[in-house]
Design a protein around this ligand. Structure first.
Ligand SMILES: Cc1cc2nc3c(=O)[nH]c(=O)nc-3n(C[C@H](O)[C@H](O)[C@H](O)COP(=O)(O)OP(=O)(O)OC[C@H]3O[C@@H](n4cnc5c(N)ncnc54)[C@H](O)[C@@H]3O)c2cc1C
Length: 427
């Protein structure tokens, strides 16, 4: 079974006589597929409800997002008009049970994220930051009262979340974060800086991770409009241009004591959230890779050189076959990892292996796809260029390729290679 390039929003035959000296040219978009790129029939493992949800998310991305997303990306604006429509999908909250959240299994959540990412990585990132990071922090580490207070409006997307861990001086070593939280009467006073925080310019609830007077890290829900909180958008990004990433300044920000996440005691608690969201990012990488493959396949079937379709050339077939092999490999791995997650047999190294492997493959597939579209590969209209740029951010956030390798490396060798010996130490 292969992905048949039938675009749901455009005529099936996209080859028209255009401005090509009378020769056929391929009109954009060529993102396609009424069918799924699912060579080993993993879709058969889904029940009818899961299949219907998958279809619903794909249709939403094809019909509502793909036609409008490029101008937003070019202007580096977030498409707020999509938020009510995303709310209607009923996916916000992903695996969280209760409080108006869908309570998906890990497989269901994964398939939803894959379809979001296949359509657009800014939209999947927005959802990931809101649901897999901000909502999940509250779900995993909040009290019953905090869950009841914050989660229902977030599930309805009436309130938007953000997750503020990274700082200007601490990315990979976020464990060393310097933002402080000082108890003052019935409030905590936060001071410090955060960087790269997605959704933060318009979010209603920003989870700020800060070091308390006991030296341990805590999570604080900073509500929109709190004095002393300033979020300035980071401009000039070449990836995920629709996502509003912010540099945040916290100057004597007073957070009511009841907004300190009740079950955060050390940085290790933060890692529980990072594990859950890193798992979602792994699914995102597969979605992006599928977008690249499907676009290249659809294009190769329509574009003619030397009088024959590119798809008939041996070297093109070889490249497409390699892409499909990589995607099939990733999907099989990720379905199994999702089952392990559902069974509670998860670990950070298992998730890190997935994130590392898929992001590396997705970058290669998207670069190859872009090349196969020739000059059109760098034009936004054909969509692969946007995915190619955006995958660079997926590679970096939630831990870089190197960092995932170090997590796996520590697990399989027993040696931590994160911090090299100080020069001269041990002499
Ligand atoms: C688009 C985007 C969105 C983001 N969204 C958020 C968000 O919503 N919330 C949030 O809190 N953060 C967010 N981040 C931050 C992201 O998690 C960090 O960028 C990431 O953890 C890497 O940190 P850094 O950029 O400071 O790079 P650094 O940590 O400075 O790393 C630079 C390079 O050094 C390498 N390196 C670092 N340590 C080691 C080591 N021990 N051994 C070998 N190599 C090493 C890295 O692999 C990398 O190649 C986002 C980032 C981006 C780009």
């Amino acid at each position: 079974m292969s992905a048949i390039p039938q675009n749901t929003m455009a005529p099936v035959d996209l080859t028209t006589v255009g401005p090509g000296n009378g020769h056929p040219v391929v009109q954009p978009p060529v993102l396609g597929g009424s069918d799924y790129t699912d060579y080993y029939l993993l879709n058969d493992l889904l029940d009818d409800e899961q299949k219907a949800l998958r279809r619903k998310v794909r249709d939403f991305m094809d019909q509502e997002v793909t036609p409008i997303i490029n101008p937003y990306w070019e202007r580096a604006e977030f498409p707020h008009e999509l938020v009510p429509k995303l709310a209607q999908l009923g996916i916000s909250g992903l695996q969280i049970k209760g409080y108006g959240c869908p309570g998906f299994s890990n497989v269901t959540a994964g398939v939803v994220i894959l379809e979001l990412a296949r359509g657009d990585l800014s939209i999947s990132t927005f959802t990931g930051v809101h649901a897999a990071l901000a909502m999940m922090s509250i779900a995993l580490l909040g009290s019953d009262e905090q869950r009841a207070r914050f989660l229902p409006p977030m599930a309805r997307l009436e309130k938007i979340g953000a997750f503020g861990l990274t700082e200007p001086a601490h990315g990979t070593d976020a464990v060393k974060l310097e933002t402080t939280a000082r108890k003052d009467g019935d409030a905590y006073v936060l001071n410090g800086h955060k960087r790269w925080i997605g959704n933060a310019t318009f979010a209603d609830y920003v989870i700020i991770w800060a070091r308390g007077e006991d030296g341990h890290v805590g999570g604080y829900v900073v509500e929109k409009g709190t004095p002393g909180f300033e979020a300035e958008v980071i401009t000039g990004k070449t990836a995920l241009r629709c996502v509003q990433n912010a540099q945040i300044s916290l100057t004597d920000v007073r957070v009511p004591a009841e907004n300190r996440l009740a079950d955060v005691h050390t940085f290790r608690d933060t890692e529980k959230v990072l594990l859950a969201s890193r798992f979602c990012v792994a699914w995102e990488a597969i979605g992006a890779a599928i977008a690249g493959y499907e676009t290249a396949l659809a294009y190769a079937k329509q574009r003619k050189q030397f009088g024959i379709p590119l798809a008939a050339f041996q070297l093109i077939q070889y490249r497409l076959s390699r892409m499909l092999a990589d995607i099939t490999d990733m999907l099989c791995m990720q379905y199994r990892l999702s089952q392990l997650m559902d069974e509670g047999k998860f670990s950070m190294p298992r998730v890190a292996l997935a994130k590392m492997h898929y992001t590396e493959r997705a970058r290669a597939i998207l670069a190859d796809a872009r090349d196969m579209l020739g000059g059109n590969g760098i034009i936004l209209d054909y969509h692969v260029a946007r995915h190619l740029c955006d995958i660079e951010a997926i590679d970096t956030y939630e831990g870089t390729d190197t960092v995932q390798a170090l997590i796996v490396g520590r697990d399989i060798t027993g040696y931590s290679a994160f911090v090299p010996p100080t020069p001269g130490a041990g002499r």
